[in-house]
Design a protein around this ligand. Structure first.
Ligand code: NI
Length: 189
């Protein structure tokens, strides 16, 4: 047995975030260890969804937990997820991303869909998703294709955000980012 570990989250414009993730061949203990780490990393951030590529692992794996502050944790694990039957109707939702810290913008996506995937134990599942769950799963699915939510914005908005992120990372590097916590996302302190 090994304990869970918080892994550093890649921040845009890190080119690894543009990689297309590869299908998982087996849901085994190694993969479960990755999913455990991803969940721990997501909770610590804190965030509600995380794709493996965000911790530098190009595998088609997503973890999510949409439970509210006063609710019991409800971790969801998606291995090799596929979106089925996206609704024609779309809704805007203000999205953020742990790899695009501190920027929030409206993104328009299908209001509902179904997701077919393997769960934590490698069992095939189908989930009906609507509302925040539908938005979140589609956002995370984008990560598996190397797509970020800012790619759904105008070029002007996207470039402005990337420029700010680059500037903050440069500043953090110049200052030596004295935090010492490898999982810390706070840039420039
Ligand atoms: Ni994201």
């Amino acid at each position: 047995m090994r304990g869970m570990a918080i892994r550093p989250i890649l921040i845009a414009p890190d080119p690894r975030l543009r990689e297309k993730s590869l299908p998982v061949e087996a849901v085994d203990d190694d993969l479960r260890a990755l999913m455990d780490d991803m969940l721990e990393t997501m909770y610590a951030a804190p965030g509600i969804g995380l794709a493996a590529i965000q911790v530098g692992v190009p595998k088609r794996v997503i973890v999510m937990d949409l439970a509210g502050k006063d609710e019991a944790p409800n971790p969801l694990y998606f291995v090799n997820p596929v979106i089925l039957d996206p609704a024609d109707e779309t809704v805007p939702y203000e999205e953020g991303c742990l790899s695009v810290p501190e920027f929030y913008e409206d993104v328009e996506r299908p209001v509902s869909c179904r997701v077919q995937y393997l769960d934590y134990h490698g069992k095939e599942q189908v989930l009906e998703a609507e509302g925040l769950l539908a938005t979140c799963i589609q956002h995370e699915m984008d990560h598996l294709e190397g797509i970020l939510f800012i790619d759904h914005l105008s070029r002007l908005k996207r470039e402005r955000i990337l420029k700010k992120l680059k500037k903050e990372q440069k500043l953090a590097a110049a200052q030596g980012d004295g935090c010492g916590d490898p999982a810390c996302n706070h840039l420039g302190h």
